[in-house]
Design a protein around this ligand. Sequence first.
Ligand SMILES: Cc1cc2nc3c(=O)[nH]c(=O)nc-3n(C[C@H](O)[C@H](O)[C@H](O)COP(=O)(O)O)c2cc1C
Length: 248
Amino acid sequence: MILYYSGCGNSRWVAETLAESLRERLLFIPDTDPELMLQEGEALGFVFPVYSWAPPHLVLDFIRRIKLKNRPSYVWFVCTCGDEGDYTRQIFCRALRKTGLVLDACFCLQMPETYLAFPGFSLDTPENAQRKIDAARADLPRISELIAKRACNHYEMLRGAFPLTKSYLLRPLFYRFIISDRKFHATDACIGCGQCEKNCPVHNIRLVNSRPEWQGKCLHCMSCYHHCPTNAVQYGKLTQGKGQYRGL
Ligand SMILES: Cc1cc2nc3c(=O)[nH]c(=O)nc-3n(C[C@H](O)[C@H](O)[C@H](O)COP(=O)(O)O)c2cc1C
């Protein structure tokens, strides 16, 4: 079984690719009940993006609430990130420990950057985005093979400068002061098509009089922004002129 979360589609593509090569069931975490029925000997995998140098809160909350009918024979995750995952594994493992499970393997893939709602953050150049996708596509068969072989104590993670500071000090500050949907709005370019509502992974957008309204449980995944066909969704002035990532 593969449980995944994806905001803009990078992690969905990784999850779908692995589900196909490993012939695994694929479940989308926001729409899945944490009471899970595993088959005897079944492995349990997770795929998610790195948010603020860690797994997204939604993924950690889900892991803490997991109730399993059968113990998985093998536990793994693949995370996608723009640059690096830092202490994603340690934070994931701490949440996992509450369920009595142990992580056997993890992998980290660089994918195109999606986050723009902070000063200084911008999209990758098209060339760099394509380079990351090509490298991930080339690496996925190796990762799939290691998972299929049930490689144990196999931990791959990309780590940048000051990982402790980012994963443990800056992350809580980000969640406390930055992650909020108050600054999301639609400009006059909005055509009321509802793509933002349809593509919000946590159903946080409602169209009212053909205009999106954000409901206060946003993860800052930027899906509404990137999926808007007229680039009408903006986050304060921070996203102005930054362009959109159309995904794979
Ligand atoms: C809210 C948010 C926070 C992010 N934080 C990080 C980060 O700390 N480190 C990093 O390398 N990439 C970060 N990124 C980039 C994403 O991890 C990366 O683009 C990922 O592939 C997006 O996956 P998705 O399309 O499945 O949502 C962040 C993206 C978002 C939306």
